[in-house]
Design a protein around this ligand. Structure first.
Ligand code: PGA
Length: 296
């Protein structure tokens, strides 16, 4: 696990965007796992900027979103489908045929079959290369609430009262927040080849503390990321407030081997292979210089 404590949310989002861009440069047909909510908004804004200014090309990428509210049509302004198109997909050159989100309209007995097909689509795409995650104030990832099986797959879940309260600002009234969601499981998330979790603000500090330094437990589903071989936790100062090893995390980043700095986001085993299509020079410059790789 690599913990990067940034001076600001904006800086952390630029770091995340550069890592995603670096992946797409070396693997243009990368499979991205995407998240909704406030945390990744700055990342999407930066990726849109890189697409417009630096030629970052999403045309061969595939995306899978983590979750969706049950009962909301894609056009519903509070649906995650709507969120993704308005905040990201409408502004880049992604192929709509390669955009996958859980359905908000599948019902009853069809839910289980839908969830199995979603898992099968992820497998058919070759698995997720990089999964973007926020974290709930209760430690959820995706909508895997406390108590979720750490081996779970895509399925229907019931939100906690706290999560409905946290997400109420995205609806007119709290009564409108659905009780049910379809979410990738914890096991689905753990299958991703790399994970970038972002958390900002004091309201996330306790959950981040449990995720990074607490006991691994279904009581705090994000804690399972301690078992992931390539999990990167991007924080601001406020969300890092409950971490007892902050100085060591900074020390690790300050003393990275030079090759890790220059090979941003590159897998140490080289499993993604060498860059098949050289990125334009300006894009290469844009993604160069923020290092990861020292993750487990
Ligand atoms: P947020 O939500 O990014 O809106 O804080 C994160 C989450 O609930 O997973």
């Amino acid at each position: 696990m690599e913990v990067a404590i940034h001076a600001s949310e904006a800086e952390a989002c630029r770091d995340a965007a550069r890592q995603i861009a670096a992946l797409i440069c070396r693997k243009p047909d990368a499979v991205l796992g995407l998240a909704t909510g406030r945390s990744p908004l700055g990342v999407y804004a930066e990726l849109i900027r890189m697409h417009r200014n630096d030629g970052l090309d999403f045309s061969r990428a595939t995306t899978f979103n983590l979750d969706e509210y049950v009962g909301l049509r894609p056009s519903h302004p509070s649906s995650y489908n709507h969120f993704m198109w308005t905040n990201f997909f409408d502004h880049i050159n992604v192929n709509p045929a390669r955009v996958f989100l859980p359905s908000g309209t599948v019902e009853g007995r069809d839910v289980e079959g839908f969830c199995q097909r979603y898992e099968a689509e992820i497998a058919r795409a070759g698995g997720i290369d990089m999964q973007i995650l926020g974290i709930g104030s209760d430690g959820h990832i995706g909508f895997n609430e406390p108590g979720s099986s750490l081996a779970s797959r895509t399925r229907i879940k019931t939100l906690t009262a706290r999560t409905r309260q946290d997400n109420a600002p995205y609806f007119q009234t709290i009564e409108e927040v659905p009780y049910h969601v379809i979410t990738m499981g914890v096991g689905t998330i753990m299958d991703a080849r790399s994970v970038l979790l972002m958390a900002f603000g004091t309201s996330k500090a306790k959950a981040v503390g449990g995720c990074v330094e607490g006991a691994i437990s279904a009581a705090l589903p994000a804690s399972i990321l301690q078992m992931h071989p390539r999990a990167i936790i991007l924080l601001d100062e406020d969300s890092a407030d409950c971490l007892s090893r902050k100085d060591y995390y900074r020390w690790v980043l300050d003393h990275k081997p030079a090759w890790q700095h220059s090979s941003l986001g590159r897998s140490r085993s080289g499993e993604d292979g060498p860059s098949a299509i050289p990125a334009p020079e300006r894009l290469r410059k844009a993604v160069d210089g923020s290092g990861t790789g020292n993750t487990d």
